[in-house]
Design a protein around this ligand. Structure first.
Ligand code: ZN
Length: 312
């Protein structure tokens, strides 16, 4: 579902200026933009000895949350991409690279979620930093293929609680190998986090059962919810594809509008990390077909909400 109509993105997300990438590569290659940080092993050992928290830099808020849940009071976790930022389009700034160089541990998803940052992670790893690549810890047989690029996987794994449990286990294993002195703490944090995830999974299954099958249709701005759909029995449709790099075309809007009107679907959803205009255009197209569909609310697809608002 994507054609070549170009739409404008939020300027904060769309940092495509060439100098930015050059600054990133220079910072990695030459240390030009930051003082040289000590090698990761030495840094984490030093932090451990001093009883200081390990500085963990994650790409997204989902990974920041996972790192904080597993690390507990042993880690100080931050995210490069704050609430509402689209990871598919995000490019690392020189400041981001400095943060990653100075971190004890850097965590990213992989599976091309951070599609424009992969060279940065490779360079960090080459320099001996502790880089946790979450996808390496996942069983690929459990992952969905990207429908448009079947050789790739759908990266939105946080919407399947069972896969997120695997992610939590991998995170705990990596934290324990990097900081073995506190392995017991990570194991205990993991156990309580897994219990919470089980509760969440039960809650989701119970709530999903309350809906008749014909109403379990989730239509959103981009294809972020296929794992959710598989886990909880929803038919999911995104106006854009797996990555927001692929733009929705007028043909997509018109097809989806016809389907919504035919099946009398009650609501469609905007996402916090994707501009709302596509879904608003879809709603208008449905209206032109004589049916009124509501915007059901804003979903946190590729970014958590603002912690201060209670949606973190
Ligand atoms: Zn996405």
């Amino acid at each position: 579902m994507n054609h070549g109509v170009s739409l404008t993105k939020k300027p904060s997300v769309f940092m495509t200026v060439t100098w930015c990438l050059m600054a990133v590569l220079m910072a990695l290659g030459l240390g030009a933009c930051s003082k040289e940080a000590p090698p990761a092993a030495a840094a984490s050992a030093a932090a451990s000895q001093a009883g200081q928290k390990l500085q963990v830099v994650a790409t997204t808020t989902m990974l920041q949350d996972l790192a904080a849940s597993i690390g507990g009071d042993r880690v100080q976790a931050s995210a490069l991409m704050g609430p509402g930022i689209d990871p598919h389009l995000y490019q690392a700034s020189a400041g981001d690279v400095r943060k990653m160089q100075e971190a004890d541990i850097v965590i990213y998803h992989g599976l091309h979620l951070e599609g424009k940052m992969e060279e940065v992670f490779a360079a960090l790893q080459k320099r001996g930093r502790h880089v946790v690549h979450l996808a390496e810890g996942l069983d690929k047989a459990k992952l969905l293929a990207d429908e448009e690029n079947p050789q790739l996987h759908d990266p939105h794994i946080w919407f399947d609680v069972a896969i997120w449990k695997d992610a939590a286990q991998y995170m705990a294993a990596r934290f324990s190998s990097i900081d073995p002195e506190h392995a017991k703490q990570y194991a205990a944090n993991l156990q309580s986090y897994l219990l919470k995830l089980d509760e969440l999974d039960q809650y989701m299954k119970k709530r999903a059962q309350e809906l008749p099958a014909s109403q379990k249709v989730l239509i959103t701005a981009h294809d972020a919810f296929r794992y959710f759909g598989r886990a909880y029995g929803f038919e999911v449709m995104g106006l854009q594809g797996i990555s927001t790099e692929a733009e929705a075309g007028t043909a997509d809007v018109s097809q989806l509008a016809a389907l919504i009107a035919d099946r009398r679907i009650k609501a469609i959803f905007v996402e916090s990390s994707v501009p709302h205009k596509n879904i608003e255009a879809l709603r208008a197209a449905v209206k032109a077909k004589g049916f009124d569909v509501a915007i059901g609310g804003e979903l946190y697809s590729d970014s958590l909400g603002d912690a201060a608002s209670g949606h973190g």
